[in-house]
Ligand binder design. Structure first.
Ligand code: PLP
Ligand code: COI
Length: 340
């Protein structure tokens, strides 16, 4: 029985669901893992996660399709990216095949929390792992937990699909030694000051430029950029210091192979931004969130598609991607993973 939740009015927040997944790494091996109702974690004060922030996470979603199935979207790519994050942090990788199996188990256990088709909400899935044993000299832990919890969510930005206003950030996300919570090498803790400052000043997100030269567009705190030129080419920044977004990679394929658009993944100079016809943020949480205005130290860049609604090309991309995710449009081989 579906839970009695006001799906249509959910924001992007945490709601505790009934079950989560846990696997423990000890004596050089992961145990078989299990589903539990216990949402609490009790660890030593000296656990490596607290002292040296040895932790990383992933994010993906489960959807109810039009014909009532529950599916996830390309979970193998999240599993692969998490293996890379773990390696970068000297953590033992949780194998991507087991990752997909664990996602399947935990979503199935929480199936009553998967929002119904057409509600506008989805089940967000948050795999994460951390070093758990006491470590005081600077070195990796020898014991770990891999966990997955889920939470039903609505739109990431307040106002749903309305275009947002972002600002060019003066802060970088990199920390001197790469400490902090990490997804594929990105440091989220170091972006918390910047996002709070942006919100206080009335902006929805930060546009980060490359830290070395501040001339090229990178991404925002929680999503990649996607732009549309005046002649309908899709442009997305190429950089090895942004998160390799699963959504962005999928959208580039959809643009080219479903919509017949020209696509370019290349360095994007900040100076080009004023010439684009449409701009948006893309990610699991953001899906495609249109950007209407970019504030560059007081100077406003108004994207021609405006502040009322998503531009026509991004809307087509949005409809096609969500159509694939919700089973209305045939997916490329291997993109949809059926849970139940
Ligand atoms: N960039 C950042 C910094 C993110 O946190 C996310 C969210 O996961 C993304 C990009 C989008 O990645 P994906 O499409 O894999 O969710
Ligand atoms: C996601 O889209 O999965 C993210 O990780 C974005 C944000 C919630 C960190």
């Amino acid at each position: 029985m579906a839970k009695n939740i006001d799906w249509a009015n959910l924001g992007f927040g945490y709601i505790k669901t009934d079950y989560r997944y846990v696997s423990i790494f000890k004596d050089g091996a992961w145990d078989e893992g299990h589903i539990t109702e216990d949402d609490m974690i009790s660890l030593s004060e000296c656990a490596c996660v607290f002292q040296y922030a040895q932790t990383c996470f992933e994010g993906l979603k489960a959807y109810t399709t039009e014909d009532g199935r529950i599916v996830t979207f390309r979970p193998d790519l999240n599993g692969e990216r998490m293996e890379n994050s773990a390696r970068r942090l000297s953590m033992p990788a949780f194998p991507k095949e087991r990752f997909v199996k664990a996602v399947t188990e935990v979503v199935k256990a929480n199936r009553d929390f998967v929002p119904p088709f057409g509600s506008g909400a989805t089940l967000y899935i948050r795999p994460f792992m951390m070093g758990t044993n006491p470590v005081i000299g600077v070195k990796p832990a020898t014991e770990y937990q891999f966990r997955i919890f889920t939470t039903p969510v609505g739109p990431y930005f307040k106002g749903g699909a309305k275009p947002i206003t972002i600002r060019v950030s003066d802060f970088d996300r990199a920390a001197p030694h790469g400490t902090g919570n990490v997804k594929a090498g990105l440091n989220y803790a170091m972006s918390l000051y910047a996002i709070t400052d942006a919100h206080e000043k009335g902006f929805d997100e930060n546009m980060y430029l490359d830290a070395a030269t501040r001339t090229h567009v990178e991404e925002t705190g929680g999503a990649n950029f996607i732009f549309v030129t005046k002649d309908n080419t899709i442009v997305t920044p190429k950089s090895n210091t942004i998160l390799p977004s699963v959504t962005r990679r999928s959208l580039m394929h959809v643009a080219e192979h479903y919509l017949g658009l020209k696509v370019e993944e290349r360095p994007v100079e900040f100076g080009e931004v004023a010439d684009f016809a449409e701009a948006g943020l893309c990610g699991t949480a953001a899906v495609i969130s249109p950007v209407g205005k970019i504030n560059d130290h007081g100077k406003e860049i108004c994207i021609p598609s405006g502040m009322e609604k998503m531009g026509p090309v991004l809307q087509k991309l949005y409809d096609t991607l969500t159509g694939i995710q919700m089973g209305r449009i045939e997916a490329p081989e291997g993109w949809i993973h059926e849970i139940c």
